[in-house]
Write a protein that binds this ligand. Structure first.
Ligand SMILES: Cc1cc2nc3c(=O)[nH]c(=O)nc-3n(C[C@H](O)[C@H](O)[C@H](O)COP(=O)(O)OP(=O)(O)OC[C@H]3O[C@@H](n4cnc5c(N)ncnc54)[C@H](O)[C@@H]3O)c2cc1C
Length: 428
């Protein structure tokens, strides 16, 4: 019997996590990636203007992101991540210069809420209890139907965290997705909320070690190889069509489509996918952070939302940033640098900068879009799906993308086992 071939289309985190899990299953793996490099929306590149390696956008993990951390352990990249020793989130309100720190306590009992020093300023304990309505509610209504989206608790804590996780105006966002994020992090206490950053870059942490892992297991990875179309029979994918070659799928071969939602929708007839997306804007400044600058700082009352400190540069992230897509870059850089200098206490003219605008950074995490997310299996038995936009129960994040890759790998494992059992039964 020929060893089954598994074709993974797309070498973003979803495709790579599927490949890494399947690498131990005894199938032959072929990864086909349209771009010249792997990583998709989570990658690093050398920026000529800044003269340094930067990420397409600062990415934050939390210590409660178990799928992501299992993947990192598997590809032996733990030393490429920096975990903050404590779950502390410094904030600054640029309208009045006020600073505070959100600091969850250890364990699931929210004892930190008893201390005014550790919770959102201007909000009392009763206000914080409001969040329970989001955590305990069921169903999937917009968050504004679950909690009050006004006032100091919302502005100084709930909004910044939910906006970063959902990349969608939290008031309109899916309460089911918001709830799941809170349950996997804040509700579990400090141990699940420690910030984790790939300070030397996303590709050195998440991508390059996975490629090494796969190469050692004889997986074949082809770059600049774009899947253009798929031919189907009634129940199976039959042929993969690339620019300069086709691949006929044999009995037992599988395909995992780990490409963005809008591209998958064009390739697979009748596939339901999210069809509304939100942008993320990142500003990178080539200047080393002053001593003592926290790993990350939340910003309220400004254009900037989070400031990240890397060893040789500072990066600002702005979520749900569709409104900034048409702003002239130089004007945006000037505004953001003015804010960064206040937050980090730097009195200097703007250093060399780069603004990156990812127009379709993630699907819009509204209840309506959440309902459009498909599961791993498709109408075609040999075609599986992965990607942060599939029905992971999580928003479009590193954790969601890696979880989707694992789910596709599990479905592939089951199909391979069924095939082996069938072959033995036929022989017997
Ligand atoms: C600026 C920015 C900031 C972010 N910040 C965070 C954060 O702080 N924390 C967090 O957890 N998440 C963050 N995210 C989200 C996270 O990056 C994504 O959820 C994750 O990278 C998605 O991975 P994926 O594999 O599902 O998709 P993708 O990364 O989009 O991978 C799909 C791959 O398929 C390839 N491809 C497309 N079409 C074809 C084709 N026809 N044939 C072959 N290959 C094809 C693409 O080139 C790409 O490599 C951020 C995203 C962005 C853009």
């Amino acid at each position: 019997m020929r060893t089954p071939h598994i074709h993974i289309i797309g070498a973003g985190l979803a495709g790579l996590s599927a490949a890494v899990e399947i690498a131990s299953m005894g199938a032959r793996i072929f990864v086909h990636e349209a771009a010249k490099a792997a990583g998709g929306r989570c990658r690093s590149y050398f920026d000529q203007h800044l003269g340094m390696e930067i990420d397409n956008g600062a990415h934050l993990l939390l210590s409660g992101n178990t799928h992501a951390l299992t993947y990192i352990r598997k590809i032996a990249a733990e030393d490429r991540l920096t975990q903050a020793p404590q779950a502390r989130f410094p904030f600054m309100d640029l309208r009045n210069g006020r600073r505070w720190t959100i600091a969850p306590s250890e364990g699931p009992l929210p004892l930190w809420l008893l201390s005014a020093e550790r919770r959102a300023p201007g909000a009392n304990l009763r206000d914080h209890m409001e969040m329970l309505k989001l955590i305990w509610a069921s169903g999937d209504a917009p968050i504004a139907e679950r909690i009050d989206c006004h006032g100091p608790l919302y502005e100084n804590m709930a909004r910044p965290f939910l906006l970063a996780a959902l990349n969608t105006d939290p008031a309109k966002a899916s309460s089911a997705l918001g709830r799941q994020v809170m349950r996997e992090t804040l509700v579990k206490g400090a141990a699940a909320c420690r910030p984790i950053l790939a300070r030397e870059g996303l590709s050195p942490a998440f991508i390059d070690p996975a490629l090494t892992y796969l190469a050692r297991r004889h997986a074949r990875i082809a770059f600049s190889t774009r899947l253009r179309a798929i031919s189907f029979t009634d129940s199976r994918a039959r042929t993969l069509h690339f620019d300069d070659h086709d691949i006929e799928l044999a009995q037992g071969d599988l395909v995992i489509l780990a490409i963005p939602a809008n591209i998958a929708a064009n390739l697979v007839p009748g596939l339901s996918t999210p069809d509304a997306f939100n942008a993320i804007v990142n500003a990178h400044f080539a200047i080393a952070p002053p001593m003592g600058t926290p790993l990350m700082t939340g910003v309220v009352g400004a254009t900037s939302e989070w400031l990240f400190a890397y060893s040789d540069h500072l990066s600002v992230t702005i979520s749900a940033a569709n409104h900034l897509l048409d702003r002239p870059l130089a004007e945006l850089a000037k505004t953001i640098w003015g804010e960064v200098s206040q937050i980090a206490g730097i009195e200097a003219p703007p250093p060399p900068w780069r603004i990156l605008r990812e127009k379709r950074a993630t699907f819009a995490a509204t209840p309506e879009q959440n309902r459009r997310r498909p599961g791993v299996r498709t109408a075609y038995a040999n075609l599986l799906l992965a990607g942060d936009w599939t029905a992971t129960g999580l928003p479009a994040t590193i954790e969601g993308a890696i979880k989707s890759g694992s789910a596709a790998a599990n479905a592939a494992r089951m199909q391979l086992q069924q095939r082996t059992a069938q072959t033995h039964a036929n022989r017997g």
